[in-house]
Design a binder for this molecule. Structure first.
Ligand code: ATP
Length: 331
């Protein structure tokens, strides 16, 4: 029997290309796992009227971790549609979205960036409670003390394992009730933590500081929508969406995924960069305590990113297959 059971959800678009690639890389690195294929996403919704079937819940609940490919978020949402990954984050209380941003050897990347963006993953504007009264539209944002406490502690503990620096990013000057609750809860809990250097930063300044001097940051924590935006910004600093990975982590379950979406413009062409999903698999391995295999894959990814073949998004000409084969050969 394999040591681990892992659920694989390809999802939509290029998810069908990057998940099989990541699985081959895990096999080549010697990860001892049995895989459970599960379905979810917009394509599944169009065929079945729901984005996530019961079998997928079973797969998530009965495995050690889940690797997720990509999900389409249609701008014109059909009635009854709820995005699969957002739904899974809420259903399983995956309150921490962890997005490491590290310089990789790719063209145009900033040097010496090594930060982790921690995004609250279950509330804020993502409670998706919107309504319209004539020409007025209103969206609720929900912030609770419990969720702020949980994410604040998570980020502080992570910072303690790294360079011991935590930046609490907020907009409490304009939204003192909601953002104020988030900020004050975290500062009350970890602001004076022994050995931890905690500072606060208003989100617009954080955006500028990330562009001007990203090397100053270690761990940043923020509410859901700010995290959504700043994590793509951070990904842009070090090579773009093709190499940005994230983990959705709760007390019981973890779902690991790329930051990018389903990339409908290139889906089915065999040119997607699987690096983000391979690095999501590395985060999954670290979460499972398989740090040796995780480290080997990380080194291999850097080697191939530096020497090629590179995929198109990084200025190369390699297909998904050529890149994956090179990675496997090196491993
Ligand atoms: P969705 O609706 O699924 O969010 P999107 O096109 O709005 O799709 P992304 O899928 O994140 O958002 O894609 C943004 C851009 O980045 C697209 O041009 C896409 O081709 C490119 N891109 C995203 N992921 C990759 C990848 N793994 N490899 C190469 N290009 C990528």
């Amino acid at each position: 029997m394999a040591k681990y059971r892992i659920a694989l959800i390809e999802g939509d678009g290029i998810g069908h290309e990057v998940i099989p690639a990541a699985r081959r890389v895990l096999d080549a690195a010697g990860f001892d796992a049995e895989y459970v294929d599960a379905q979810a996403g917009y394509e599944y919704f169009l065929d079945h009227g729901t984005s996530t079937p019961q079998a997928t819940y079973d797969a998530v609940e009965n495995t050690h971790a889940t690797l997720f490919g990509a999900a389409t978020s249609p701008t014109d949402k059909p009635d009854g549609f709820k995005g699969a990954i957002r739904h899974l984050r809420q259903k399983y209380g995956l309150y921490a979205n962890v997005r490491p941003t590290k310089t990789r050897p790719v063209p145009g990347a900033y040097e010496n960036v090594d930060l982790v963006l921690v995004r609250e993953n279950t509330q804020g504007l993502y409670v998706e409670q919107e309504r319209r009264y004539g020409d007025t539209a209103i969206a609720d944002t929900v912030i609770t003390k419990d969720a702020s406490l949980a994410i604040g502690k998570f980020a502080a503990n992570l910072a303690m394992q790294r360079r011991r620096k935590l930046s609490v990013v907020h907009k409490a000057n304009v939204l003192p009730v909601t953002q104020g609750l988030f900020l004050n809860t975290i500062m009350d809990e970890v602001g004076a933590m022994d050995g931890l250097n905690v500072s606060t930063m208003i989100v617009d300044n954080a955006a500028m500081q990330l562009v001007r001097n990203p090397q100053q940051f270690d761990v940043l924590v923020m509410t859901n929508m700010f995290g959504d935006i700043l994590s793509d910004l951070a990904a842009g600093l070090v090579g773009g969406l093709g190499i940005a990975a994230s983990g959705n982590i709760g007390d019981k379950f973890g779902i690991f995924e790329s930051v990018h979406g389903s990339a409908p413009d290139i889906a089915g062409q065999g040119v997607a960069n699987p690096t983000a999903t391979v690095l999501a698999a590395v985060l999954m391995l670290q979460h499972l305590g398989e740090t040796e295999i995780a480290g080997r894959i990380d080194v291999a990814v850097n080697k191939i990113l530096a020497e090629g073949p590179r995929t198109r998004d990084l200025g190369g000409t390699a297909s998904t297959e050529e890149f994956t084969k090179a990675l496997i050969a090196y491993l």
